[in-house]
Design a protein around this ligand. Structure first.
Ligand SMILES: Cc1cc2nc3c(=O)[nH]c(=O)nc-3n(C[C@H](O)[C@H](O)[C@H](O)COP(=O)(O)OP(=O)(O)OC[C@H]3O[C@@H](n4cnc5c(N)ncnc54)[C@H](O)[C@@H]3O)c2cc1C
Length: 406
């Protein structure tokens, strides 16, 4: 008998779930509240610049890539060069990103270079260090004693995990994420993350998924008769609301969740005032600036697309801090602006992997133990990856779990 599955939400998680379920023979309906699919992976064209919802990079060696390739999708884009700059104590300098740059970098002293060099020379050895029960911050402090070496490690970990508060992140998750991001790199995608949204939608529709947009679900009571429902439309508190009194466990997951936020400034520039400084991170401040062109096709010919982030959700408006980083890294940038979008406190992930929770195998879902035939998917769910990787992997795994029913 054909299984009938309803997927709520048309972001990466819902699309991966729908494409996986339908490719395996299920009859699938996907319900999306908005007119467009993609959720936080949507890309918006502004005056010819393709703006993702803030800086988005696809981790080249993680689970999301395996999910996409499993569905026959080969993402198109390029890895940005490793060479980058950092800003420490108000000064911008070459970052010790590669062994040669490390020797040349004026940013940190010899003591910090030696400690970082020893630690990062052998990534496999790093993965054998003791991590269980520790936060990322504790782990960093155990590995290096030099204050600047600690700041550099925290900066790299922040960029790889999107987490501002490293005391609240499990080392056993954050360290492999950071080492994987450093060794395998990331991809900036041609046309933005919409490329993957479109590819997933095409695979889903070719496999027979019926997609209804402008179809907001308020409660599972509104759902037609089916064999399984996959909730891929929000975090645990949203799932708890849709479920009503069907599950108490999801309410507990919601109470424990610690969402991750960032503020984002997206810019289309005529050109970069300092062309060699394409990438600059705050070493002693949680700030990110990266030029996503020309690694990816995202701007009219010759123009540049820049993303600036302020990690975390500190009170107040971080816009001035972000402008300051740009002033230091790219003086005169304001005269080059052709397109601009700024957003405060964007939701990056519905939950973070805390030291108390431990490995990702302890994360909720996709199955809901006290509620049969309903599954969850999203960047807070399942045993694989963070952020977009978790969304894709939990979408796939929720579909596979729903298919084993009956
Ligand atoms: C600034 C920023 C930077 C990021 N950078 C990265 C990065 O570099 N790398 C990375 O891997 N990840 C990154 N992420 C995270 C990534 O965007 C998300 O993890 C991923 O897109 C989440 O996909 P999702 O399908 O789980 O959720 P969403 O994309 O939120 O999709 C949920 C969908 O459900 C729909 N919906 C909501 N309510 C209902 C309802 N009641 N009924 C029907 N439909 C509903 C929504 O409209 C939406 O389309 C970033 C996020 C942000 C905000």
């Amino acid at each position: 008998m054909t299984r009938r599955i309803i997927v709520i939400g048309g972001g990466w998680a819902g699309l991966a779930a729908a494409a996986t379920a339908a490719s395996n023979g299920a009859e699938v309906v996907l319900l999306e509240a908005r007119r467009e699919l993609g959720g936080r992976a949507r890309t918006e064209a502004v005056d010819g610049f393709m703006f993702n919802q803030g800086a988005h990079a696809l981790y080249a060696g993680f689970e999301g890539m395996r999910v996409l390739r499993g569905l026959g999708i080969e993402p198109k884009g390029n890895k940005p060069p490793l060479k980058g700059y950092g800003r420490l104590r108000g000064k911008v300098g070459l970052m010790p990103g590669t062994p040669l740059d490390s020797i040349r970098s004026p940013m940190i002293g010899l003591g910090a270079k030696v400690q970082l060099g020893k630690l990062l020379a052998n990534p496999k050895k790093v993965l054998r260090t003791e991590m269980i029960g520790r936060s990322m911050q504790q782990w960093i402090e155990e590995q290096v004693s030099n204050a600047d070496a600690r700041l550099i490690l925290a900066m790299v970990a922040r960029t790889a995990t999107y987490q501002d508060d490293l005391n609240s992140v499990a080392a056993c998750v954050g360290v492999p994420q950071t080492i994987g991001a450093l060794t395998d790199g990331v991809l900036y995608l041609d046309g933005g993350w919409q490329q993957i949204v479109n590819a997933l939608r095409n695979i889903a529709t070719e496999a027979g998924v019926k997609i209804d947009t402008d179809a907001k679900v308020e409660s599972l009571n509104d759902i037609d008769d089916c064999d399984a429902v996959i909730i891929a439309s929000g975090g645990p508190s949203h799932a708890a609301k849709l479920l009503g009194n069907r599950s108490t466990l999801v309410g507990e997951w919601a109470a424990a969740a610690q969402p991750v936020y960032a503020s984002s400034l997206d810019l289309g520039l005529r050109s970069l005032p300092v062309p060699q400084r394409r990438f600059c991170l705050g070493v002693d401040s949680p700030l990110y600036f990266s030029t996503h062109t020309p690694s990816a096709k995202l701007a009219p010919d010759g123009c540049e697309l820049v993303h600036v982030l302020r990690y975390g959700d500190a009170p107040g408006d971080p816009r001035a801090e972000m402008d300051e980083l740009l002033d230091d890294a790219q003086p005169g940038w304001q005269e080059q602006v052709l397109a601009e979008r700024y957003g405060k406190r964007w939701l990056v992930a519905h939950d973070r992997p805390t030291p108390e929770q431990g490995p990702l195998t302890n994360r909720p879902g996709p199955a809901i133990p006290d509620c049969d035939n309903v599954f969850v998917a999203g960047d807070w769910v399942g045993a694989h990856g963070l952020l977009g990787d978790a969304a894709l992997a939990s979408g796939r795994d929720a579909a596979l779990a729903a298919l084993t029913l009956m």
